[in-house]
Structures are given as structure tokens and as C-alpha cells.
Design a protein around this ligand. Structure first.
Ligand SMILES: [Zn+2]
Length: 106
């Protein structure tokens, strides 16, 4: 499965997705990039919650860890974004495969 990467600032989500939308856009968002669209929406919820502190406590550390040693998805702010997304979209959408790429509790 193709994997993209994404970045969120405020309500703006930027996703580099090597795939292409075919069929229903809702299905695509739920199933493509191993849940990246859902996870990034979790960051918009964080941004609303933390306000400007999001930039310094989550945004910048996330950019640094994404370029780091592969432990990015284990950082507290990444797991929190996934938990927010899982809660927002509902646990039935959050498949075990999505949880592998965007863990909520590990
Ligand atoms: Zn993230």
C-alpha cells in the first residue's frame, strides 16, 4: 500500500499522497495512506485545543521527529492526534492496519 506524508497547521492539512482518488472521496479518505487523512485531522483537533502552543509543543517537535530515527509515530503528540481522530471518526473506522501506522495507545 502506498504511504504518503502529511503536515497540519491550524485547519490546513497538507498531504503528499502518491495515489489518486478513484470512486467515492469519503471511502478514499478513510482507506488511503493507512489512515493518514484521519490522523492529520486529529492534529487539527489538537491545534484547536492548544492554540498557539500547538506550534511550539507539537508542530515543531513533530517536524523534527518526523525527520529523525523512525520513532515519530510513538511520540505522545502523534498518539494523541490518532486518539482524537479515532474518537472523532469512531472506533469502527480505526482498523488494526491504521493503528499499526498511527498507534493510539503504544
Ligand atoms: Zn502526525
Amino acid at each position: 500500500m502506498k504511504v504518503g506524508n502529511g503536515m497540519t497547521l491550524g485547519n490546513f492539512i497538507q498531504i503528499k499522497d502518491p495515489g489518486s482518488v478513484t470512486g467515492n472521496i469519503d471511502n478514499y479518505i478513510q482507506t488511503s495512506c493507512n489512515g493518514l487523512y484521519l490522523h492529520e485531522y486529529g492534529h487539527t483537533i489538537q491545534s484547536r485545543h492548544y492554540g498557539l502552543a500547538y506550534l511550539f509543543n507539537i508542530g515543531i517537535p513533530s517536524i523534527i521527529s518526523a525527520a529523525g530515527n523512525g520513532e515519530h509515530c510513538q511520540k505522545w503528540f502523534e498518539r494523541q492526534a490518532s486518539r482524537y481522530a479515532k474518537y472523532y471518526f469512531g472506533p469502527s473506522i480505526w482498523t488494526p492496519t491504521i493503528d499499526l501506522y498511527h498507534p493510539t495507545n503504544r
